[in-house]
Design a protein around this ligand. Structure first.
Ligand code: AMP
Length: 484
């Protein structure tokens, strides 16, 4: 098991981590941090809850600290772009916590709130900027943001960015960045549109996949209740009245549905608040805080708003309506069972949602047990046919295949002698410890994760891989960056 002390993180960061109570890096951290410290681009498949924020922030902060800024007003040297205000605020809070002994300056900018403080923070100079695309472009357009000195670019939750229609905004921001920089992209899924976006700006990225279906699902007790649409509300009220439900998040598909349900629950004597994209930032923060402090027992949320919800002791997640994207199911239920606790996820499935349930079961590689012990159990529609999940059959779930792909395999010492993007920029590479081989002529920049040059190692046993890293992603021919 890797410990933080095994990673090449500097003392003030190690100290901050200790103060946070972190001892061991999470999987995404253990896999990404060494490569990032070596200057490589990384494409990480990971969701909120996996520790991805520290995975990208720690190397960024370390770099900013070690490469001191020029005297005078600090130029923005690192930019983190994230889709929602909540995520931006959370990343900002993490930067404060992890960077507390580094004397770096950062600011968070997002829309839906006054811009005065954000502008004065920008004016006073920053090392790191965390932003949502809309407000960033607005302030860039008015000359408040200069990105000419950015050396580190992080695109967080890329899939969500695309779903929210931010693709053009992202591209406009990327166009304004200098060519020579280190890039990171994190996404909960690596569907083709995400890969396309990634290929437009990542340079030979290390691909790190921490499959959320495995990491989060296992700690959570999942059940599905077959119920008519018209009975869902009464069933939910009954369940919420049970004492063992401490605090719960209830997911709906629409904002309107979330509002209506929160009102109905409150009218039934269950204090509930709704959180979704149409609420102002102030209202979202207030509702989230009341929920966090236990004043509200129930939070009704849409998928979009759920991205930034990181509340540790949520005992139950209810899928009042099943999501039409299977990945959202995993993300939703991951709001419970956090920080090592157990959690329960109860999904309501009406006749029209059986197809969604099937897709979800395929995604997670298992059947969700049906709980028929309630008075609204419906047999209206036939049960879904058996599912052969991705992680089942053919030898079970694959474990990490770290780099050992078809063409990879060789080398893999702890050599640092490679040609990381940043090493090249700074010192022309070289000068490393040890050899660091690789079967191809590509110089492996990352410290050998068992064969730097491997190409897309497959998980063993045909299952859904728990984690995997691969050297260069084959489809990544299209880097716009010249001369590299
Ligand atoms: P994230 O996926 O970045 O949203 O992180 C999820 C939660 O895990 C946050 O509350 C972090 O504070 C926490 N966390 C991140 N890394 C670690 C670690 N190595 N050990 C313990 N907790 C962590």
């Amino acid at each position: 098991m890797t410990r933080f002390t095994d990673l090449d993180l500097i003392e003030p960061i190690q100290r901050a981590l200790k103060e946070q109570g972190y001892t061991e890096p999470t999987q995404i951290q253990a896999l990404s941090i060494p490569a990032l410290l070596d200057g490589r681009d990384v494409m990480g498949c990971a969701q909120t809850g996996t520790g991805k924020t520290a995975a990208f922030l720690l190397p960024v902060l370390q770099y900013l600290f070690e490469e001191r800024p020029p005297r005078g007003k600090r130029p923005i040297r690192a930019l983190v772009l994230t889709p929602t205000r909540e995520l931006a605020a959370q990343i900002g809070a993490c930067a404060t916590a992890y960077g507390r002994h580094l004397n770096l300056k950062h600011a968070v900018i997002f829309g839906g709130t006054g811009e005065g403080k954000q502008i004065s923070a920008l004016r006073s100079g920053l090392d790191l900027l965390v932003a949502t695309p809309g407000r960033l472009l607005d302030l860039m357009g008015r000359g408040f943001v200069d990105l000419k000195h950015v050396e580190f670019f992080v695109l967080d939750e890329a899939d969500r960015m695309l779903d929210m229609g931010f693709i053009h905004d992202v591209r406009r921001v990327v166009e304004r960045l200098p060519e020579d920089r280190q890039n990171l992209l994190f996404s909960a899924t690596l569907e083709s549109k995400v890969r396309q976006l990634a290929s437009s700006f990542l340079y030979k990225p290390l691909s790190v996949d921490v499959t959320p279906a495995v990491t989060s699902v296992e700690a959570i007790e999942q059940t599905v209740m077959m119920v008519e649409k018209s009975d869902k509300r009464t069933l939910l009220v009954q369940l919420l009245r049970k004492e063992e439900i401490g605090s719960a998040i209830v997911f709906t598909r629409t904002k309107h549905g979330a509002n209506r349900l929160a009102k109905q629950l409150t009218n039934s004597g269950i204090e509930a608040g709704a959180i979704h994209g149409n609420k102002s930032q102030g209202a979202r923060t207030r509702t989230l805080n009341s929920f966090r402090q236990g004043e509200l027992r129930v939070l009704v949320a849409t998928d979009l708003a759920s991205r930034g919800i990181d509340v540790e002791d949520v005992t139950h997640v209810f899928n009042y309506e099943l999501p039409n994207e299977p990945a959202s199911y995993v993300h939703r239920i991951g709001r419970t069972g956090r920080a090592g606790r157990s959690g329960r996820a109860i999904s309501f499935c009406d006749a029209e949602e059986r197809g969604y349930l099937r897709d979800i079961e395929r995604e997670i590689g298992q059947r969700v047990p049906v709980d028929s012990e309630h008075e609204f159990h419906s047999t209206a529609a036939p049960a879904a046919p058996p599912v052969r999940g991705r992680g089942q059959g053919g030898g079970g779930r694959g474990r990490s295949s770290q780099g050992g792909g078809r063409r990879g395999g060789g080398g893999g010492g702890r050599g640092r002698g490679g040609e990381g993007n940043r090493d090249r920029r700074r010192a022309g590479g070289g000068g490393g410890r040890g050899g660091g081989g690789g079967s191809r002529n590509e110089k492996p920049a990352a410290r050998g994760q068992g064969g730097g040059g491997g190409q897309g190692g497959r998980s063993q046993g045909g299952g859904r891989s728990k984690s995997k890293t691969s050297g260069a992603t084959p489809s990544f021919g299209g880097s716009r960056r010249s001369g590299r």
